[in-house]
Design a protein around this ligand. Structure first.
Ligand SMILES: Nc1ncnc2c1ncn2[C@@H]1O[C@H](COP(=O)(O)OP(=O)(O)O)[C@@H](O)[C@H]1O
Ligand SMILES: [Mg+2]
Length: 245
């Protein structure tokens, strides 16, 4: 008996006029897996996450199944409610809201708490889970350094209680020490049973945490497999050298 993948993407395509930003992408993700996603700038990685979550836009073609159930026709809030959450490449927090109020906006979408007091507790628990300092819960988003803004954004996604979390370049603009803390957080989330799709330019981080690595170039999947095999793949090396040149 084969276990059903928690996420199955098939033939996913997103066009912008003549540009095929995501071009017939298919892959599956097993429950509990971390799938790393790499590729040169502009290869379609963020567009892939956008098309899967329908935030902020839908795919032009293709299907997305979550535990076997089609979600590609559902509105974005229903997709999130059914267990698929995402974070963004640019850490998006409400600048005038405190850290805890930022996460509260996510908790309130789920109706999980049932009362305001209980919602606040859930928001605080999500901040604790990602290691956000308790002393800074009431700091405004705009005053937080980039690493802490990223933690607030991740806490907001976790407050949706996702089974699958899509993370778009969580290590960008971080110091080596912060990257190590992000790696530890990703490992912790996996330990809690969250399935993770991780887009990352920091290749040592990506290869350290990923069970499999998917590489995109010009909207297509050019390699998918064990990280150690994929980073030696000729097409992958060429795609990256092409970017450098
Ligand atoms: N909203 C949009 N409108 C038009 N073109 C877009 C839009 N979003 C992305 N693109 C284009 O799609 C391609 C893939 O972009 P993106 O998915 O952001 O790449 P990556 O995340 O891999 O760097 C790029 O050529 C980009 O310019
Ligand atoms: Mg991107």
């Amino acid at each position: 008996m084969t276990t059903e993948p928690i996420l199955a993407v098939s033939g996913l395509t997103k066009t912008f006029g003549a540009l095929r930003a995501v071009d017939g992408v298919s892959f599956t993700v097993a429950e509990g897996e971390i799938l790393g996603i790499a590729g040169p700038n502009g290869s379609g990685k963020s567009t892939l996450f956008n098309a899967i979550t329908r935030i902020p836009f839908s795919a032009s073609a293709g299907t997305v199944l979550l535990s076997g159930r089609p979600i590609h026709g559902e509105p974005p809030h229903r997709i999130a409610a059914s267990g698929l959450a995402r974070t963004f490449q640019r850490e998006s927090v409400f600048p005038s809201l405190s850290a805890v109020d930022n996460v509260l906006t996510a908790v309130e979408q789920t109706g999980r708490g049932g009362s305001f007091e209980r919602d606040v507790v859930l928001a605080e628990q999500a901040l604790d889970l990602v290691g956000f300092p308790a002393t800074l819960h009431n700091w405004e988003g705009r005053k937080l350094p980039v690493f802490l803004r990223k933690l607030v954004m991740i806490a907001g996604a976790l407050a949706l209680d996702p089974r699958v979390l899509l993370m778009d370049e969580p290590a960008s603009s971080l110091t080596p020490e912060e990257i190590e803390r992000m790696r530890a957080l990703i490992a912790k989330l996996r330990g809690l049973g969250v399935t993770i799709l991780l887009i990352e330019h920091v290749l040592p981080l990506l290869t350290a945490v990923s069970d499999r690595l998917l590489v995109m170039d010009q909207g297509r999947v050019i390699a998918l497999g064990a990280p150690s095999d994929v980073i030696r793949d000729a097409a992958v090396v060429e795609a990256y050298l092409g970017e450098a040149a």
